[in-house]
Design a binder for this molecule. Sequence first.
Ligand SMILES: *Cc1c(COP(=O)(O)O)cnc(C)c1O
Length: 231
Amino acid sequence: MDIEANLAAIRSRIDAACERAGRNPSEVTLMAVSKGQSASTVEGALAAGLTLFGENRVQEAKIKISQCSNRCRWQLIGHLQSNKCRDAVHFFEKIQSVDSLDLARELNKFADKSAKNLPILLEVNMAKEASKFGYDPELLLQELEDLNRLTKIEIMGLMTVAPWSPEPEKVRPIFRQMKELLDQCSAKLGAPLTELSMGMSGDFEVAIEEGATLVRIGTALFGARPLPPKN
Ligand SMILES: *Cc1c(COP(=O)(O)O)cnc(C)c1O
């Protein structure tokens, strides 16, 4: 595994996708998805210039975070259970996987207790896959104002995991609908939501062409995961 070479290849693919879409590459943040990877692998990625890491599970992340440099920034991208909210608020700078009002309320409570504001993304199950977590887009629009009333969480934008397909072109409509939903949410709140977290190793270029501001890359960077998480 050569993180530096993989990173260079990913960056040039990001640049090319931005070029095709008439976007500036500085608009797209690269998150390294380190679930299933060791702390020393994370340190290698940090040395290669990556600073933002995504983890799926609070328990796994807690241990890893304690073993890694404090220059690493950590965000949660996996499903969160309400009994892990206290730790999640403590260990992550942002939660990308908020998918219900109850969960948002719980996070708001712990953010309040620790006297901080917690930036979040709302996860959307745009393709309505039974196997996936995330808000139904219609329900999200219904609950958006209630979510926005929670004073300690700050809604920055939306996140999705697109259906898996060997042909990324097939999921382009999902990414496009995400961008439309982001704009609808902004209109509803009367304030722009600016972040759109979408695109993984298999589909990040299409996601960027459709407006992603953050791509979450695991295997294209680190290779196959040595310890596949259960999630
Ligand atoms: C694992 C994971 C990723 C990264 O997937 P790769 O295909 O390895 O790039 C991105 N987002 C979420 C939510 C994930 O669980």
